[in-house]
Design a protein around this ligand. Structure first.
Ligand code: DAT
Ligand code: MG
Length: 149
């Protein structure tokens, strides 16, 4: 079953958007299989954003993601990787459509509330970077037959 890694960034936590954001993925019909509230180390931040190492915003990005607690999550369901990216919206919240998380709650690319894996390969990498196998729980909601045919 497809899984993706999502993280509510320090701005989303500080602004009290944790419940709202989790509610959206629950209501959509995806399944939460991993969840932790944590302070991100510099090492984890640099690994997670390694692809952006050469970018001018890299130092600020690492500073920001380590500036306060985050909510790290793994969500499961067919199509969850692409659907979560759509629900999150464009990287710059000013370009993100209303109805998306960034479109509804953000105005600044450096405070864009939530991270979501962008493809199957990165989802696999990020899930294993952030979670140990034993921290992930396979389960099926009793509502599943009302969510998928
Ligand atoms: P996304 O988070 O939509 O996958 P990304 O992978 O291109 O976007 O960049 C990772 C994060 O880096 C992004 O959420 C915010 C920050 N970022 C990206 N481009 C930026 C820029 N031009 N200036 C400042 N921060 C930027
Ligand atoms: Mg990205």
């Amino acid at each position: 079953m497809e899984r993706t890694f999502l993280a509510i960034k320090p701005d989303g936590v500080q602004r009290g958007l944790v419940g709202e954001i989790i509610s959206r993925f629950e209501a959509k019909g995806f399944t939460l299989v991993g969840l932790k509230f944590m302070q991100v180390s510099r090492e984890l931040a640099e690994q997670h954003y390694g692809v952006h190492r050469e970018k001018p915003f890299f130092a600020g990005l690492v500073e920001f993601i380590t500036s306060g607690p985050v909510v790290a999550m793994v969500w499961e369901g067919d199509g969850v990787i692409a659907a979560a990216r759509k629900m999150i919206g464009a990287t710059n919240p000013l370009n993100a459509e209303p109805g998306t998380i960034r479109g509804d709650f953000g105005v600044d690319i450096g405070r864009n509330i939530i991270h979501g894996s962008d493809a199957p390969e990165t989802a696999t990498q990020e899930v294993s970077l952030w979670f140990k196998d034993e921290e992930l729980v396979s389960w099926q909601s009793s509502l599943s037959s009302w969510i998928r045919e």
